[in-house]
Design a protein around this ligand. Structure first.
Ligand SMILES: Cc1cc2nc3c(=O)[nH]c(=O)nc-3n(C[C@H](O)[C@H](O)[C@H](O)COP(=O)(O)OP(=O)(O)OC[C@H]3O[C@@H](n4cnc5c(N)ncnc54)[C@H](O)[C@@H]3O)c2cc1C
Length: 345
């Protein structure tokens, strides 16, 4: 049997691999996407929140002024091309727990640097009598929620139709390096980009990339009649998914034996939910995933030092939805044009 040749293989179809493959295809590259369709992938469990103002001091997230306009443009473009809704614009209502929080927030409303993301008065009417009243509220604008699951599914379907999608667990030992080409089972390709999320810890070609994976757990909750359309942030986030179904999450666990949901996180999340929600609800699912967080908290673009045409794109951490489009577009351009300036983010 003849092998089929591609320009570039992409291993991993989370949001990193999806965007990388999308940009490379835009450059006219013949791509092959390899993914094991793992239901617990970070991109499938994430809420896709893009939040420009974070932390206790309500400061701008790293790079938001660069990342957010590109993210909005790229997701809009993808939505138009695939005929899906890729994101929902929704402000974030942030509960303020103390006088100190409120003072901090008020100082931000007058701060030129963050003003464009801060609503002078929080409109919390849709939450009235439905959540327990905190000390105060702030409202963040410029935020949105990316529909990561729908984006991944739509691309998977497109690439399956184009016959460029191979659903399998990539076996590193089966990769033959026959420079200038690679051979994997019935496929050959000139270059390969690894985008395996936290599972990159098993990649023998890129060791010690500085990953410190963190686990997050989530409850999927039915809240009949809640009609929350803004995102609500207390100690937990409550995010509308569809109909009466909401995403509630999520904590950070750094010392975890596996990627499975735990009783401990279930208790923590459900206690928080009980504290925050005043109306009836039903927990319908409990999910967990491991984020590809880096010690340096920055995405990584790696070019293999000895094996020509081998790359790794990873480290989207807690913010794949916002950083992904900018980072993937830069690294894809590097792979095509080899301009070292594109290796800096
Ligand atoms: C609970 C939780 C909540 C989050 N909330 C948000 C949020 O609100 N906003 C936000 O921006 N980010 C959020 N994140 C972070 C976000 O999920 C990540 O930044 C992003 O999804 C990482 O994408 P990725 O493609 O690098 O990794 P992944 O999504 O893990 O994708 C990697 C893919 O590669 C596949 N793969 C790995 N190894 C192999 C192999 N050998 N063979 C074949 N396939 C392989 C995996 O199965 C998977 O499909 C959250 C994460 C978690 C866990």
């Amino acid at each position: 049997m003849h092998s089929k040749h591609f320009d570039i293989a992409i291993v991993g179809q989370g949001i990193a691999g999806t965007l990388m493959a999308y940009f490379l295809q835009k450059y006219g590259k013949r791509i092959l996407v390899i993914d094991n369709n793992f239901e617990g992938a970070s991109s499938k469990v994430a809420a896709g929140i893009v939040n420009p103002i974070t932390g206790k001091n309500f400061v701008k997230s790293w790079g938001v002024d660069d990342f957010l306009p590109i993210a909005r443009d790229i997701y809009t473009q993808i939505g138009n091309e695939l005929g899906i809704e890729t994101f929902t614009i929704a402000n974030i209502i942030r509960s303020l727990g103390s006088v100190e929080d409120e003072n901090n927030w008020l100082s931000r409303t007058a701060d030129q640097n963050v003003m464009e993301y801060v609503q002078p008065f929080a409109d919390t009417s849709e939450f009235e009598n439905k959540v327990s009243k905190p000390f105060g509220y702030g409202e963040i604008k410029g935020s949105f929620q990316v529909h990561l699951g729908e984006i991944l599914d739509a691309f998977k379907q497109k690439w399956q139709e184009e016959n460029v999608y191979f659903e399998t667990k990539f076996d590193y030992e089966a990769l033959q390096i026959l420079q200038p080409n690679f051979c994997y089972k019935n496929y050959t390709f000139s270059e390969i980009v690894f985008c395996e999320g936290y599972q990159a810890i098993h990649n023998p070609y890129f060791l010690n990339i500085g990953m410190g994976p963190s686990k997050g757990e989530v409850l999927i909750v039915k809240i009949p009649g809640a009609e929350f359309r803004k995102m609500y942030k207390d100690k937990i986030f409550i995010i509308h998914l569809y109909d009466d179904i909401y995403w509630v999450g999520s904590g950070y666990e750094w010392d975890m034996p596996d990627d499975k949901p735990t009783q401990k996180a279930f208790v923590t999340l459900s206690n928080e939910l009980k504290r925050v929600l005043l109306i009836p609800y039903e927990i319908v699912d409990h999910q967990a995933a491991i984020r590809p967080t880096m010690h340096a908290r920055r995405p990584v673009f790696k070019v293999h030092k000895e094996i020509q045409g081998m790359y790794l794109f990873n480290g989207l951490g807690t913010k794949g939805s916002s950083i992904g489009p900018y980072a993937a577009s830069k690294f894809a351009r590097y792979i095509v044009e080899k301009n070292p300036n594109d290796l800096v983010i």
